[in-house]
Design a protein around this ligand. Structure first.
Ligand code: PLP
Length: 263
């Protein structure tokens, strides 16, 4: 169906309470990259959010394959959104509508990988962080300000401990050791791939001070892959340029991505 004809009931709690889940993945040369990982996360998000999903994994996969084929989608993105549905008491979810649609994708430009990007820290804990909900109120609110100040995104922290960025996970490198937070985060598919590709990654609490004193800092996400961060709150990280560990992981990730699509 043409996406302009899709509709959402005004009483759907996805709209009036912000209660909905989603997932998003890329297509590379006409193949859905790491599709099974994204399907697992989407199905788990629905279960944890107590949202009935009318399609099983096989049906979802079939719909996605058809969508890619009908739209001749070579390099793009696919979004699956499951809304909370109409609720008598305006809280309890019901069987809500599922939207699956493709999008064109704007990946970060080469200069961001060459120079790194800037983050701004914000004291915030994402509610029910382990579920991929559509609640991005804070970054939506702040994004105009960031854009005006050349800031790529936020770095969430609370009581001195960092968690993640608004749409990405974060990693630090200190004296060759790679670490990433494990609490109050969405477990990113890219984060997991990086953990598989890196020789060793410590999952532990990381303080904001440690971030500021790291040799390297990078963020991972479906659209950014592995993006170097060279300053936080205007404090230069390491030497202020993308570091060797980050660059090596990005090369490994690119090779892995290419081999996954070719397979
Ligand atoms: N953390 C949050 C809050 C996100 O929204 C996302 C992606 O949208 C990520 C982390 C990174 O996850 P992934 O690598 O699966 O894109």
């Amino acid at each position: 169906m043409d996406s302009q004809r899709a509709s959402l009931h005004p009483l759907d709690i996805g709209l009036i309470r912000g209660y909905a889940i989603f997932d998003f993945f890329r297509t590379v040369r006409g193949s859905a990259l790491f599709l099974e990982d994204y399907l697992t996360r989407f199905i788990n998000s629905a279960r944890k959010a107590r949202l009935p999903l009318s399609y099983d994994r096989d049906s979802l996969r079939k719909i996605i394959e058809e969508l890619i084929q009908k739209n001749s989608l070579e390099e793009g993105g696919i979004r699956m959104v499951l809304s909370g549905g109409i609720s008598e008491n305006f809280f309890t979810p019901s069987k809500g509508p599922l939207f699956i649609f493709c999008e064109s994708l704007k990946l970060p430009g080469a200069e961001k990988y060459q120079q790194g990007v800037q983050l701004a820290s914000v004291d915030y804990v994402r509610p029910i962080a382990e579920i991929k909900t559509t609640n991005y109120t804070l970054p939506c609110l702040l994004s105009t300000e960031w854009a005006a100040n050349g800031i790529e995104d936020v770095l969430y922290h609370h009581q001195g401990i960092v968690s993640e960025s608004s749409r990405s996970n974060v990693f630090i490198v200190k004296k060759g050791v790679i670490s990433t937070p494990g609490k109050h985060i969405l477990k990113g598919i890219t984060r997991q791939k990086v953990m598989d590709l890196a020789p060793y990654v410590l999952v532990r609490d990381i303080t904001l001070d440690e971030v500021m004193q790291a040799d390297e800092l990078f963020m991972t996400s479906t659209t950014k892959r592995i993006l170097p961060i060279t300053s936080v709150d205007q404090t230069i990280i390491g030497r202020g340029v993308p570091g060797p560990v980050t660059q090596d992981l990005l090369r490994k990730f690119e090779r892995f991505e290419a081999s996954t699509v070719a397979a």
